[in-house]
Design a protein around this ligand. Structure first.
Ligand code: PRP
Ligand code: URA
Length: 207
């Protein structure tokens, strides 16, 4: 699939399998979700530009490389919060924006209810995070909010996606890359991903 990156690293796959397991409680689920998010950062940021930075080592002067642009992390509430600490562990200088989107249980349409973004977000590299890309409605609505805020460079990171969600997301935003740890089979009649991980927010927060 175009502009979709499946990060099938064996360590990530091991953690994803543990996380999917129904026997995994919310404490372990939280830990695994953050660990996977941390590991995914390496692959997601691989093509980010760097700029030279002169430093003094204990022995001599040299010019190293550091990330060129400011980074803003934007979790989609609620479940995206479950990946935020993991990403911040790797990118501790990142700022955090928040987008509240839930999907209506009956229509499965996204409902946006909250938005708080750094005022100068347009100039930064944005990582939009949410564990699930199901119908694709929530992710797509979140990208539209970011575009309205002027964001030019963004990537969408999720744990599990399905082909129909990827298709809808890319029908609106073909230029936004999707990074995931797995592409699952399909959605059931209630819009849940099969085999999936269940309701990510409920498993994360114990609701
Ligand atoms: C979940 C998930 C995504 C959305 C994906 O959120 O975290 O945001 O569903 O589904 P979609 O691709 O069909 O839009 P949910 O609506 O359950 O809200 P919550 O995180 O507040 O529980
Ligand atoms: N949202 C979830 O949390 N899980 C799914 O399987 C689909 C949407």
């Amino acid at each position: 699939m175009k502009n979709v990156h499946v990060i099938d690293h064996p360590v990530i796959q091991t953690k994803l399998t543990e996380l999917r397991d129904f026997a995994t409680d919310h404490r372990k689920f939280r830990a695994l979700l953050n660990e996977i998010a941390s590991l995914m950062v390496y692959e997601v940021t691989r093509d980010w530009p760097t700029r030279p930075r002169p430093i003094q080592t204990p022995l001599e002067r040299m010019t190293g490389e550091v990330l060129a642009n400011q980074v803003t992390l934007v979790p989609i509430l609620r479940a995206g919060l479950g990946m935020a600490d993991g990403v911040l562990r790797m990118l501790p200088d990142a700022r955090l924006g928040h987008l509240g989107v839930y999907r209506d249980e009956k229509t499965l349409e996204p409902v946006s209810y909250y938005q708080k973004l750094p005022p100068d977000i347009a100039a930064s590299e944005v990582l939009l995070i949410d564990p699930m890309l199901a119908t694709g409605g929530s992710g797509s609505a979140a990208v539209s909010c970011l575009k309205k805020a002027g964001v030019l460079h963004m990537k969408f990171i999720c744990l599990v996606a399905v082909p129909e969600g990827i298709q809808l997301f890319h029908s609106h935003h073909p230029e936004v890359p999707i990074y995931c740890a797995a592409i699952d089979r399909e959605l059931n009649e209630h819009g849940y991903i099969l085999p999936g991980i269940g309701d990510a927010g409920d498993r994360l927060f114990g609701t």
